[in-house]
Design a protein around this ligand. Structure first.
Ligand SMILES: COc1ccc(S(=O)(=O)N2Cc3cc(-c4ccc(C=O)o4)ccc3N(Cc3cncn3C)C[C@H]2Cc2ccc(O)cc2)cc1
Ligand SMILES: [Zn+2]
Length: 328
């Protein structure tokens, strides 16, 4: 079977720091008006991706205007959950993004913490799993969202943590990986969610680090890029999901970092700035964050250090007094 991959042309694109700052500062403004209206259904997460990326490459300087915190407040629902934009329904994904942005702004104490805790706790089911909202089905993505959200607010003890861990354990596969539910196939994004949740809970002892490390290292293709599952094309966002998981497991040296760096730099948009999923595609704030975050894990240029578990600047995680578990 021919291995699906992309061909990187030899001219390695130069690092476009200023253009990335410009891309991130203008996203949501006139230049991207059309997309930003198209993306209203995920706007709160888009703001977390854009602001975290900007924080990393702009020396921690992000627009601190009250308008960002006013937007967060405009998405708050009486149940304690947050919607992606005003008038939309609350969901765990956007509740986590709202808390993450508030921590970046150093204003998490202004949030209705007890109401948020009640919203998240009510999403936990008897088997320890979490749903994304009152209709949604169970997914290990939501286990990560719940544990990340509550630990950022120092309220991790308000859920049944032992049962949450039992459910994640029940999603572990023979290849060492994790899927969205028990029996679901291993997938790079869900492995990040499960390894991240176990890192927050201090239970990485439950991971078979060698078997999983091997599966993750197998994601690297000749182009240097990482894919999310066997036989899939490489994608910049897997640079984060797969590489940060290897980092948490203390096996990041099991892939060729220089080759990965070249793939990520080749995915830059040298015209308008930003990163796309792979060379030649349109850039977006989602892939821009995850490309920059992976480069941060390699200590590339002057990008501020990122925490591999929370995908937030290390300076913010240490200010909050959080110490997610990392294997050496
Ligand atoms: C452009 O098509 C999509 C497809 C899925 C989604 S998603 O919301 O389900 N989601 C996040 C995601 C976001 C973007 C994007 C474009 C512009 C912006 C503005 O901020 O953000 C693009 C893709 C994307 N995906 C889809 C994807 C990424 N790499 C390969 N694919 C197919 C991921 C998807 C799932 C997700 C992942 C993490 C997360 O925190 C939330 C959702 C969004 C747009
Ligand atoms: Zn992607």
């Amino acid at each position: 079977m021919l291995q699906k991959d992309v061909k990187l042309d030899k001219t390695c694109k130069t690092w476009q720091l200023e253009k990335h700052i410009d891309f991130l500062q203008s996203f949501g403004k006139e230049r991207h008006q059309y997309e930003s209206s198209m993306m209203e259904f995920l706007r709160m997460s888009g703001m977390y991706w854009g602001l975290t990326a900007l924080y990393l490459i702009n020396d921690g300087n992000i627009p601190k205007e009250d308008e960002i915190f006013e937007f967060i407040k405009s998405c708050e629902h009486s149940c304690g959950g947050y919607s992606p934009a005003p008038g939309h329904d609350p969901h765990l994904l956007y509740t986590l993004s709202a808390v993450q942005i508030s921590c970046l702004l150093n204003r998490e104490l202004e949030l209705p913490i007890e109401k948020i805790v009640s919203y998240v706790s009510k999403l936990q089911k008897d088997d320890g799993s979490f749903t994304g909202d009152k209709w949604g089905e169970v997914d290990t993505r939501y286990s990560f969202c719940a544990l990340a959200c509550l630990s950022l607010l120092s309220k991790l003890n308000e859920i049944d943590l032992a049962k949450a861990i039992d459910f994640i354990k029940s999603c572990q596969n023979f290849d060492g990986g994790f899927g969205s539910r028990p029996g679901a196939e291993s997938h790079g994004g869900l492995i990040y969610c499960c390894v991240g949740a176990l890192s927050i809970a201090g239970r990485l002892d439950l991971v078979d680090a060698d078997t999983l490390g091997w599966w993750l290292a197998e994601r690297q293709l000749p182009s240097g890029g990482l894919n999310g599952r066997p036989e899939k094309l490489p994608d910049v966002c897997y640079s984060w999901w797969v590489f940060s998981s290897l980092n948490i497991l203390g096996r990041d040296h099991w892939i060729d970092k220089d080759e990965l760096k070249n793939f990520i730099l080749a995915s830059q948009d040298t015209e308008g700035g930003g990163f796309s999923d792979r060379p030649g595609d349109e850039p977006d704030p989602f892939h821009t964050l995850f490309g920059l975050a992976a480069l941060s894990l390699m200590s590339y240029d002057k990008i501020l250090p990122i925490d591999p578990t929370y995908c937030m600047p290390k300076s913010v995680i240490s200010r909050l007094g959080l110490k997610p578990q990392i294997l050496s």
